[in-house]
Write a protein that binds this ligand. Structure first.
Ligand code: COA
Length: 386
């Protein structure tokens, strides 16, 4: 059977960055709590003319620029921070990128897990029609109330994946481990623009989903623990992955050296939580920065509070190193404009979605911008002016 999997990945993030050292100083917290205790260094903050659509479109543009649109008949947009209760964010991206009309577009939601469901749907489509390719976009703005324990674990970012037959990067294996449990660890009611979270419960819920998904993967005939060379985890904060992996290692009776996960944390420590995009940004870091992956098996654990977990495995394709994008990702991260804590909190206070007509100031330098609301509808446009 033809290999099906991830052909390309591109990453985008917000225009601004808040260094957690600055937040620690403002809140009178030891910075080591953030750098070591939760494992984060900074988080991205969108400009007033950015959101999930502009970040998702920026990442998708990079993929389309490299591969064109031939064979793309499906766009799946996963997000927890949707901008409309009806219209899929991917339809705005479809318009911005000028994709053909003979394309289906839909939005998927289950907290941070939605992007993985999108990848599974894409694999199914390509299994039936191997000549097709599916554009998966995962984009989120992680917003919690200020002066809460969750404030340092905010973030913003997007990942675009091209799923295809005979992929350049990773062949996804058929067995997957899945797990669902109804639990209130994190949620966002319809009248709120910030999420509610029980941080302690989210740790145990994540661990339960990870171990449960592992047991299911084994039951489905998946590989043994010792057959997995590298692990990639969803990272609401990078320490979460270490906590969960420690439990899994105990569960299977194997040693665990937490430094093994460090490479996959490289980008997420800078972007902060990107919800649906988090696992794919972690995967991008591993592919960009680990030289020893030719033919190796990766396990990828996706978790969405509420809760759904899924554990996928895949074989890294020989030659993946010729498709590395480290320079591009570094440039995107380094180009972010630092905010003071006051400026960040001002942006945060103005961040709630609105259907009131408004114009957004020109700030972002990303390819696309959110121009504002006119006639109750959100308007997007290319950033470059003719
Ligand atoms: N140096 C080093 N580590 C320190 C420290 C210091 N000076 N001060 C505290 N720490 C450690 C604590 O020991 C703790 O480590 P542990 O968890 O291994 O015990 C860690 O830092 C966090 O401290 P704690 O006081 O427990 O954290 P908190 O009450 O501020 O909340 C989170 C931390 C992560 C729970 C909170 O930020 C949160 O809820 N974030 C959102 C999580 C989320 O999004 N979940 C849903 C998706 S899965």
């Amino acid at each position: 059977m033809t290999a099906i999997g991830i052909h390309d990945i591109a990453i985008a993030t917000g225009h601004h960055v808040l260094e957690l050292d600055d937040l620690a100083e403002r809140l009178g917290v030891d910075p080591a709590k953030y750098h070591v205790g939760i494992g984060q260094d900074a988080f991205s903050v969108p400009a007033p003319d950015e959101d999930i659509v502009t970040m998702g479109a920026a990442a998708a543009k990079e993929v389309i620029d490299r591969h064109g649109v031939d064979g793309i008949r499906t766009v799946l947009f996963a997000t927890e921070s949707g901008v409309d209760q009806s219209k899929a964010a991917g339809v705005f991206v479809h318009g911005l990128l000028g994709l053909p009309q003979s394309v289906r577009v839909v939005e998927l939601k289950q907290a941070c897990y939605g992007g993985t469901a999108a990848v599974q749907l894409a694999l199914g489509i390509i299994a039936r029609s191997p000549q097709e390719r599916v554009l998966v976009i995962a984009a989120d703005v992680a917003r919690y109330d200020v002066d809460t324990a969750a404030e340092p674990t905010q973030g913003a970012g997007a990942a675009a994946l091209l799923i295809s037959a005979d992929p350049d990067l990773i062949e996804i294996e058929p067995a997957a481990g899945v797990f669902t449990a109804d639990v209130d660890d994190f949620w966002r009611p319809n009248d709120r623009s910030t999420a509610l979270v029980d941080g302690r419960l989210s740790v145990t819920a994540y661990v339960d989903a990870f171990v449960g998904a592992w047991d299911d993967l084994v039951a489905q005939g998946g590989p043994g623990y010792e057959d997995i060379a590298r692990w990639v985890h969803h990272q609401p904060f990078t320490k979460m992955a270490i906590k969960a992996h420690r439990k899994l290692a105990q569960h299977v009776g194997q040693p665990f050296d937490e430094s093994e996960l460090a490479v996959g944390f490289t980008y997420n420590k800078q972007t902060g939580n990107t919800y649906t995009a988090s696992i794919w940004i972690a995967l991008a870091a591993l592919l960009d920065l680990d030289d020893e992956l030719d033919g190796q098996r990766l396990a990828m654990f996706s978790y969405g509070s509420g809760s759904v977990g899924e554990l996928l495995t895949g074989i890294v394709r020989a030659g993946y190193r010729t498709h590395r994008r480290e320079g591009r990702v570094r440039a995107v991260l380094d180009a972010r404009v630092p905010l003071t804590v006051d400026a960040y909190r001002e942006l945060h206070a103005a961040g709630a979605a609105t259907s009131e007509d408004t114009d957004r100031p020109r700030v972002t330098t990303a390819p696309y911008r959110f121009a504002g609301v006119r006639g109750g509808a959100r308007r997007y446009e290319p950033t470059a002016q003719d």
